[in-house]
Design a protein. Structure first.
Ligand SMILES: [Zn+2]
Length: 111
């Protein structure tokens, strides 16, 4: 993905240059390194364009998703959740979550 190296600052109309930053998401659980961001040389405001935000969210989804094997417990099938997302979503043993069909190849877990 290539972004313009310079754009006009939407706040002061000064020159904003493309730079990189580390972005914390999900309350600091995920750190995205080298996220492109524009930094205004005049007012020092930092901002991302819509395109950058889209890309960043896509990257986050990819990095925050994980592959798990389906295991069987008695008559049911189970999917284990790694500790980090379990902690983030405050999942506890014995609590109920809602499995919601969201498409032919997609099922959401509502917490
Ligand atoms: Zn500015």
């Amino acid at each position: 993905m290539v972004f313009k190296t310079k754009i006009k600052c939407p706040i002061c109309e000064g020159e904003a240059k493309l730079s990189k930053t580390s972005l914390q998401m999900f309350g600091g659980l995920v750190t995205l390194k080298d996220t492109p961001i524009y930094e205004c040389r005049k007012c020092n405001e930092k901002f991302a364009t819509g395109k950058i935000v889209d890309k960043t969210l896509e990257k986050t989804r990819k990095e925050f998703s994980f592959a798990r094997k389906i295991v069987s417990t008695g008559g049911s099938l189970a999917i284990t959740v790694p500790p980090d997302p379990a902690k983030f979503y405050k999942l506890k043993k014995g609590e109920n979550v809602q499995l919601v069909p969201a498409g032919e190849h997609l099922m959401k877990v509502e917490v």
